[in-house]
Design a protein around this ligand. Structure first.
Ligand code: ADP
Ligand code: MG
Length: 432
């Protein structure tokens, strides 16, 4: 690609030598090409050429590619531990504009939570308080919560919409331990309070107590609360009774795995949004829907994998059944060779840690981060249970592992440098 840029007449030689020469294509995945640059100035200059670079790549590879830029130093910060596990602020929680009601596909499995989520978005605090949505992982709970946040923020920009995971909430309790009154008051000012994965509150006495206070304050003032969890409030083992009763006091709805038809529509909607122009055989869509619909995250992952492989291969222009089967078979093969040890080794290499440090008790930022990423990668690539991962990392509790995986997933979604850093670790064990 750089050759085309150098030889074309869009970029002057001097500009090319100064800004393009040292910039590297780091990865080409997800229909996205990531370029790593040396400095902030490089970043600013190259940003002007992003559309041009995207069009060249799309033409060369014959699929739509979007280019993005990341600063080399930002990626390296992740490994040096300089970039702490994301700072918590009681007001500045990330709302992701990509998750909206518009791109949430509704079917039998999620019609009820969808209708309830939309109802509280149209009339916050009026219908049922709290709205409690529960279901297994990967079925759209966070997507619905984000949709509520986006909908209300757009319609009522003056509203203070607070969206956080329960582990963010717990982090806040730790961070503000010397000034818990401030923390409680800051949260109680919300007009809408959205808490994801509320099961993480379990066994955290102080957090449960503060949550109870904030919850009551908000309900008294008719402020909307929406909670998500991996199971019904009554089944969250160890949750204080008074919280169970509060959580069950509004409307509880469950979300289940999409039935075949809905899974097919989810895949088609994703193709329409992200892989415009790609030719994917209906039989392939059926294959993915039939085999991966118990977790929509996996469904999306499988589709992405097929798209990347198409980009990589020279002689395919269509994802047909044969191509899909060969790619998916290969994936299973790789899986067998991957081990917890391979993932731990890759992480230790990148972070320069000993085995004892990775699995031990240290709370040093850099070490905690490395440990969390390793746990996340074990979950993603080996499909181990949270218990099994906890066991492999110094006999840690399954809720610690869950919260670590959740945190890394969120950071990957919200922080480009972080995503690239994690991809770099993956490269170490996947390409071996
Ligand atoms: P959970 O919070 O329940 O673990 P998420 O909300 O993170 O699950 O969903 C996992 C992925 O599946 C996300 O990328 C989300 O956008 C997608 N997804 C889930 N449900 C739907 C749906 N009904 N329509 C479109 N995409 C969905
Ligand atoms: Mg979630």
């Amino acid at each position: 690609m750089l050759e085309i840029v150098r030889n074309g007449d869009i970029v002057d030689d001097i500009v090319f030598d100064t800004y393009f020469e040292d910039s590297k294509i780091y990865s080409l995945t997800d229909s996205v090409c990531t370029v790593i640059v040396q400095s902030f100035i490089h970043e600013q200059v190259l940003r002007e050429y992003l559309t041009y670079l995207s069009s060249i790549l799309s033409e060369v590879l014959n699929v739509p590619i979007t280019c993005q830029i990341a600063l080399k130093s930002d990626v390296e910060k992740v490994f040096s531990g300089e970039q702490p596990v994301k700072e918590f602020s009681p007001t500045g929680i990330y709302i992701n504009p990509d998750y909206t009601f518009d791109n949430f596909v509704v079917g039998q499995s999620n019609a009820e939570p969808h209708a309830a989520a939309l109802a509280v978005s149209c009339n916050p605090g009026r219908f049922y308080n709290p709205l409690f949505i529960y279901g297994a992982t990967g079925l759209g709970k966070t997507h619905l919560l984000q949709s509520i946040a986006n909908y209300i923020s757009n319609k009522n920009p003056e509203f203070s919409v607070l969206l956080m995971t329960a582990s963010d909430f717990v982090d806040g309790v730790v961070k503000y331990q010397s000034n818990l009154d401030y923390y409680k008051k800051a949260l109680s000012k919300a007009d809408v309070f959205l808490i994801d994965d509320v099961q993480f509150l379990v066994d955290k006495k102080k957090s449960e107590e503060i949550f109870f206070y904030v919850f009551n304050e908000l309900v008294d003032r008719k402020k909307q609360i929406v909670l998500t969890s991996d199971c019904d409030a009554r089944e969250i083992k160890g949750l204080e009774d008074r919280l169970v009763s509060r959580f069950s006091g509004g409307l509880t709805v469950s979300i289940s795995a999409p039935e075949f038809e809905t899974a097919v529509r989810i895949i088609k909607s994703k193709i329409e949004r992200e892989a415009i122009g790609l030719d994917i055989d209906d039989k392939v869509i059926d294959l993915i829907a039939a085999n991966y619909s118990s977790d929509i995250r996996q469904l999306e992952g499988t589709l992405n994998r097929l798209i990347f492989n198409l980009v990589d291969s020279d002689d395919n222009e269509t994802i047909d059944l044969n191509f899909a089967l060969s790619v998916l078979k290969e994936k299973n093969h790789n899986y067998k060779e991957l081990t917890v040890k391979a993932i731990k080794d890759a992480i230790r290499e990148k972070y320069g840690l000993s085995r004892g440090q990775l699995e031990g008790k240290s709370r040093m930022n850099k070490i905690v981060q490395a440990r969390h990423i390793a746990m996340y990668l074990c979950r993603k690539h080996l499909d181990l249970t949270f218990d099994a991962i906890g066991e492999a990392f110094g006999k840690r509790d399954h809720s610690t592992v869950m919260s670590a995986c959740d945190r890394i997933e969120r950071l990957i979604k919200t922080d480009k440098a972080y995503k690239i850093a994690v991809n770099q670790v993956e490269d170490l064990f996947i390409n071996n």
